[in-house]
Design a protein around this ligand. Sequence first.
Ligand SMILES: Cc1cc2nc3c(=O)[nH]c(=O)nc-3n(C[C@H](O)[C@H](O)[C@H](O)COP(=O)(O)O)c2cc1C
Length: 183
Amino acid sequence: MRTLVVLAHPDLAASRVNAALAGAARPVEGVTVHDLYAAYPGLTLDVEREQRLLLEHDRIVLQFPFYWYSVPPLLKKWLDEVFLHGWAYGTGGTSLHGKSLLVTTSLGGGEEHYRPEGLNRYTVAELLRPLEATARMTGLRYEEPFVLYATPALDDAGLAAHQEHYRALLASGAVREPELTAV
Ligand SMILES: Cc1cc2nc3c(=O)[nH]c(=O)nc-3n(C[C@H](O)[C@H](O)[C@H](O)COP(=O)(O)O)c2cc1C
């Protein structure tokens, strides 16, 4: 299993959580951590290089801090420019078929805020539907997302536990699909 972690943090130097998760991922056998903001400081993507990287891996991980209920801008641009018609979807667009997609995201808000009665009303699974739909459209198997809540309240021991969980998830070839997808 070759795993590509597409890491998208606009300010990784100031990151605590995503930097720690990336640090846990890097030594795992078969894992490539691809730091998008470091690779493209001018924000201009090399689409062929990105497509080549995707072809070389079996499991695609999108790792990012949750920004306004969505992905940071360079990751959106990456999706827009790399997942092309005829390559990722549409006639002949089968390049990603059979691979899997794992979303790894960190949130400032607590899990209790991501419930119908909570501050944000919607669950994270619901807010991630655009990525789930993208996976479906491109033939990627959508895995149960790895979601890390309430990052400001996370102490060092809690962060270390998440690092270990992430390491184990990446080391394991087992793809866990969400129990409840469509509601
Ligand atoms: C521009 C911006 C938007 C954010 N939007 C959200 C949000 O919609 N929901 C949320 O729970 N946290 C939000 N946050 C908090 C970040 O998700 C949180 O700080 C981050 O996941 C922590 O990870 P890091 O240590 O790697 O930066 C936002 C932070 C920033 C800077």
